[in-house]
Design a protein around this ligand. Structure first.
Ligand code: SF4
Length: 87
């Protein structure tokens, strides 16, 4: 039933069949220690996404109108971030 509803919404043009907003967690590192942060409990790995993976992700969604580089880490923490932002 859920799939039928989605199919009908897409068919009627009420919902885009392709993602318009993409959220990517480019890093699990963060230089802050917010008291409410669940990163430690969740076991978020302290590492960055490989640049090649980042490029691959966006090659799959060229129609994206909005990109959110956020998650359980700070994107500004990536030392070579300028290369990422130009992609
Ligand atoms: S990931 Fe967000 S909530 Fe967690 S320490 Fe960093 S800024 Fe704070």
């Amino acid at each position: 039933m859920r799939r039928l509803k989605k199919f009908l919404r897409c068919s009627l043009g009420l919902v885009s069949p392709i993602p318009r907003v993409v959220q990517v967690e480019v890093t699990g590192r963060c230089n802050l220690s917010c008291r409410m942060c669940p990163r430690g409990v969740m076991g978020v790995p302290e590492r960055d996404m490989e640049f090649e993976v980042f490029v691959e992700v966006f090659s799959k969604v060229p129609q994206a109108e909005e990109v959110i580089l956020s998650g359980w880490g700070s994107p500004s923490y990536i030392p070579s971030s300028t290369r990422w932002w130009r992609t």
